[in-house]
Write a protein that binds this ligand. Structure first.
Ligand code: MG
Length: 171
């Protein structure tokens, strides 16, 4: 049996991952409306990955015979000032997700729940990558985004991102 606090935190994480998907889908809307289809594609792929994350937490609860409680998903809050504000909001969001997953890891540690700690290892590694990706996008935008030609090339690069199912959810 899972510790009740750990179960609640994981159930809450399902909601946070689906919110992430919703948020990035709205980022995609923002860039689509501006004609930056590459940026829109990048965030659509990101949204699909977030749905995978949600399902990994969902399955983990079921695999452990724990109750899955689903709450309402909040309306996404996309900053509309400029492109950089959107990218920065993405980084801040990932930092918050990292803190949330670290919090579950700490609670699992307190409960002596080594299985959940091991399960969360994949996400801890994934969050490091997510933060790096968000940082890199901001850096590229700072370097190339202020020039129309640079923005065109960056948009073309981001159009090339394709979706891959995460290895840990393929079994
Ligand atoms: Mg995620």
């Amino acid at each position: 049996m899972l510790n009740e606090k750990v179960r609640q935190l994981i159930a809450g994480q399902i909601n946070k991952e689906f919110y992430s998907a919703y948020l990035y889908l709205d980022f995609s809307n923002y860039f689509q409306a501006k004609g930056l289809d590459g940026f829109a594609n990048w965030y659509q792929v990101q949204a699909r990955e977030e749905q995978d994350h949600a399902m990994m937490f969902y399955r983990y609860l079921h695999d452990n015979g724990a109750a899955v409680t689903l709450e309402a998903i909040a309306k996404p809050n996309v900053p509309a000032e400029n492109d950089m504000a959107v990218l920065t909001a993405g980084l801040h969001h990932e930092e918050a997700v990292t803190a949330s997953i670290n919090g579950i890891y700490a609670a699992a540690g307190e409960a002596g729940d080594f299985r959940t700690m091991q399960f969360l290892g994949w996400f801890i590694k994934e969050q490091a990558e997510e933060e790096t990706n968000a940082h890199n996008l901001i850096s590229k935008m700072e370097l190339f985004g202020s020039d129309a030609k640079g923005l065109y090339l960056l948009n073309s690069e981001l159009a090339g991102r394709t979706y891959k199912a995460p290895a840990a959810s393929e079994e």
